[in-house]
Design a protein around this ligand. Structure first.
Ligand SMILES: [Zn+2]
Length: 264
């Protein structure tokens, strides 16, 4: 979908704001290439029903396919509200590689732990290694909630949740919510992004694109990425808060139901 991509010069004065999925620790251990996805092990049906030949065959393709699906949802939502369609770039960072970003670390790059939307360069960055490890369940121990016994992150819809969450930050950026709410804590934006991820999932569910287990995978992943670092400015919400936010969005099926998170 060409409209998904908005080539953009890196904004030197862009906000150095990294909106990650959670306090994910840097991963250790051997590097791995993106695991090829078996068509029989992911059940988010994308594209035409029954067109199995169009199913993603790699993590890179899966990330793009889900992002395209999420983008189509928000394009319709914006259109229904009389707004121009959202535009965002994405970068699926290959394992062992880095991407230059104004939201990067001290080297100015994002790498194997990346799962973020960067407002400064209007790009969603997701590491293919991160996504593959999340998909396979290998990331679980390094997620703050899961490390304390909350949730279990794994499966295709855990990855889809992360994508939809990051796209939720893109929606916040498009709507000017960061600028309009300068004093609102990070957590409120994070929970709203979880809520937005839930409204997208509801639309996919209503269109028959989810299968049994997908909703639970999202809820388990939301629990797993929650954290208890409540005194930190980077606190994203407790496992219960994040699960509730996704569930609220899913049950409402309406993004306006997510507005309350910025008024909390
Ligand atoms: Zn976030």
């Amino acid at each position: 979908m060409s409209s998904l991509i908005r080539p953009r010069l890196f904004a030197a004065l862009g906000a150095l704001l990294l909106l990650a999925i959670g306090g994910v620790a840097l991963l250790t251990g051997s590097s791995a290439k993106a695991d090829p996805l078996s068509p029989t092990t992911h059940n988010l049906v994308l594209g035409s029903q029954g067109s199995s030949s169009q199913q993603p065959q790699s993590m890179e393709e899966f990330l793009t396919a889900v992002t395209t699906d999420v983008d189509a949802y928000w394009t319709q939502v914006f259109k229904d509200s009389g707004l121009q369609e959202p535009r965002v770039s994405y970068d699926w960072i290959p394992a062992g590689q880095t991407a230059a970003s104004v939201c990067g670390d001290s080297d100015g790059t994002l790498g194997d732990s990346a799962a973020a939307y960067c407002p400064g360069d209007d790009t969603i960055y997701i590491s293919q290694k991160f996504a593959s490890d999340l998909y396979s369940g290998n990331l679980d121990g390094s997620l703050p909630g899961a490390a304390q016994g909350y949730g279990h992150a794994g499966g295709d819809f855990a990855v889809a949740y992360v994508i939809a969450h990051e796209y939720g930050h893109e929606v916040q950026d498009e709507l000017g919510l960061f600028d309009q709410n300068p004093g609102v804590p990070t957590m409120n934006f994070e929970l709203q992004a979880d809520c937005y991820a839930g409204t997208w999932a509801k639309s996919a569910n209503d269109a028959g694109r989810l299968e049994d287990g997908d909703v639970d995978e999202a809820l388990q992943a939301a629990l797993a990425v929650g954290d208890f670092d409540t005194s930190s400015p980077g606190h994203h919400g407790t496992p219960e808060q994040r699960e509730e936010a996704w569930r609220n969005g899913f049950e409402a099926g309406d993004p306006s139901a997510c507005s309350s998170y910025l008024n909390a």
